[in-house]
Design a protein around this ligand. Structure first.
Ligand code: G16
Length: 555
């Protein structure tokens, strides 16, 4: 196997964000751009202890445009950089949670996930790449910081002269007298088998074949084949239960972000009155996000996490209880109330799934979740969209046995009666000029000294800060993770700049108020939070500084 060393020039913009490096496809198509980043990852790994002689790399993506090209390049670079084997999902497809599972199950050294997640795809869309470590989870900051440092001084990358690999046919191909092997693996099987060990498939099958209607929207993205295998082949759901389940390179021209704005077609179906299905769900580009809907009812991701934690013992995998829970800082405190009642710990981490890995590895938490439509457990080290959908179906199956009927809405309402309701909303202002977004954040921070004790209508500020996280397992500290304004009555406003966008900046405002009175809980969140929204705009001067009147997305 001939290995070439190609001289290259560094790019200065390869800093990984909340979840890997995400850029426009056109940026990735620059000569050496992908190669530089991949080599910077490999260089970081070899410096951090080197590769074992039998090192295996798992590679797959969400099927978006440039996926196939990137996979061929990564295979050749893995061969040149000392890997003995690469496992690739058939057709280059692997959902993010499936990669996490494959890394863990086959104890591979790590994995590369090719996805820009919920960002749009296609020639004019986004591409992304992320490295996951041997526990199956996203590389922690100390690795991604090192990758960035290396990308700024890189001078050459290594690539093997290998022929184009057929990634559509299952099987193994060896090179260099068996020193390097590419294994093309069924992308769905192992993951579907794992789900079957966690959930009560016979009970879910009874539910789905007894008149209970569900609708799952794969948004033309990676979960399509997984949904087909799990819901149709293994759980007996009707073909009508699925929509948009054939992955396409540009996600059917849509935006594969499972929220009320971009999963518009599903939302219309689920809010169509009495004939709406009983249960609806959607997943994103790479299959790690989920949105849960009931008949004419939306479940916020924060509430979903709380409901799953409260009902975990209804599911075989968690029948003996959960060790603890974790949520990202902007996620509502709904799950904290469940944890308090269950007498288990609840951890608050920065935004980004990578912060949950240490807690899971140490056995401190079983379930984790984020307001950004991510929920999962310690079965993998990523968030897992279909896992969340199956969890909900398992809970519904237990609560809809012969003679008993319980809707998604009823589950939420009785949850609120028991625990109180954390009324919650997120307002996103997308693609605003970066300078204006930074100016807004800076303007809020200049008020840190003057805000405490100030009254705004019916709310009084208790304290405010820029969130920092101290990881109790590895001792690392992460600063500047979002600005919090905490009010005396427990309500709060959080301002944060997204780390996943590729155009300008996205400013997120997270709003939360607690309503303990069950007679006042059935309110529209936007109405209930209206005063707080005005306070957020007043403190931030967002309209004045960005010229934006309304958010692009409201969740
Ligand atoms: C990624 C991360 C999540 C994070 C989300 C939102 O999700 O994996 O942990 O919550 O981004 O991040 P931000 O608010 O910075 O845009 P995904 O689904 O895009 O990989």
């Amino acid at each position: 196997m001939h290995i070439q060393t190609i001289i290259t020039q560094p790019f200065n913009d390869q800093k990984p964000g909340t979840s890997g490096l995400r850029k426009k496809v056109k940026i990735f198509q620059q000569t050496g751009y992908l190669e530089n980043f991949v080599q910077s990852i490999f260089d970081t790994l070899s410096e951090a202890g080197g590769l074992p002689t039998d090192a295996t790399l798992t590679v797959g993506g969400d099927g978006r445009y440039y996926n196939r090209h990137a996979i061929q390049t990564i295979i050749k670079m893995a061969a040149a950089n000392g890997f003995a084997r690469v496992i690739v999902g058939q057709a280059g497809i692997f959902s993010t949670p499936a990669v996490s599972h494959i890394i863990r199950k086959y104890q591979t050294f790590g994995g590369m996930i090719l996805s820009a997640s919920h960002n749009q795809g296609g020639v004019h869309g986004d591409f992304g790449i992320k490295y996951n470590i041997s526990n199956g989870g996203p590389a922690p900051e100390k690795i991604t910081d090192e990758v960035f440092a290396k990308s700024k001084v890189i001078t050459a990358y290594k690539i093997a002269d290998l022929p184009e690999i057929d990634i559509d046919t299952l099987g193994e191909t060896s090179f260099d007298g068996g020193n390097f092997t590419v294994q093309v693996m069924n992308a769905v099987q192992d993951y579907a088998d794992l789900m079957q060990t966690l959930f009560d498939f016979p009970a879910i099958k009874r539910l789905l074949t007894s008149g209970f209607q569900m609708k799952f929207d794969a948004m033309h993205a990676v979960t399509g084949p997984y949904a087909q295998e799990i819901f149709i082949n293994r759980l007996g759901a009707s073909a009508h239960s699925l929509m948009n389940c054939v992955p396409s390179e540009d996600f059917g021209g849509g935006h594969p972000d499972p929220n009320l704005t971009y999963a518009e077609d599903l939302v219309k179906i689920m809010f169509s009155g009495e004939t709406a299905p009983d249960f609806g769900a959607a997943s994103d580009g790479d299959g790690d996000r989920n949105m849960i809907l009931g008949k004419n009812f939306f479940v916020t991701p924060s509430d979903s996490l709380a409901v799953l934690a409260a009902n975990a013992t209804l599911v075989p995998a968690y029948v003996h209880g959960i060790a603890g829970v974790a949520r990202s800082m902007p996620t509502s405190g709904a799950v904290d109330r469940v944890a308090a009642k269950l007498n288990i710990p609840c951890y608050e981490t920065p935004t980004g799934w990578k912060f949950f890995g240490n807690l899971m590895d140490a056995g401190k938490v079983t379930l984790c979740g984020e307001e950004s439509f991510g929920t999962s457990s310690n079965h993998v080290r990523e968030k897992d969209g279909l896992w969340a959908v199956l969890f909900w179906l398992n809970v519904l199956a237990q609560k809809n046995t012969a003679g008993a009927a319980c809707s998604v809405e009823q589950i939420l309402k009785s949850h609120w009666t028991e625990f109180g309701r954390n009324v919650y909303s997120r307002h996103d202002y997308e693609t605003i000029p970066t300078d204006a977004a930074n100016d807004v954040m800076q303007h809020i921070k200049t008020q840190f000294a003057s805000l405490p004790n100030q009254k705004f209508g019916s709310y009084a500020v208790k304290t405010c800060d820029d969130f920092s996280y101290h990881d109790s397992i590895d001792g690392s500290v992460s600063h500047n993770q979002g600005v919090r304004i905490l009010f005396v009555d427990g309500s709060r406003i959080v301002f944060r700049l997204s780390g996943t966008g590729t155009e300008g900046a996205t400013l997120r405002i997270y709003l939360e108020a607690f309503e303990p009175d069950s007679t006042k809980q059935s309110v529209d969140a936007q109405g209930a939070l209206a005063e707080m929204i005005q306070i957020a705009l007043k403190i931030s001067q967002l309209k004045e500084k960005t010229g934006r009147d309304t958010p692009t997305v409201i969740t």
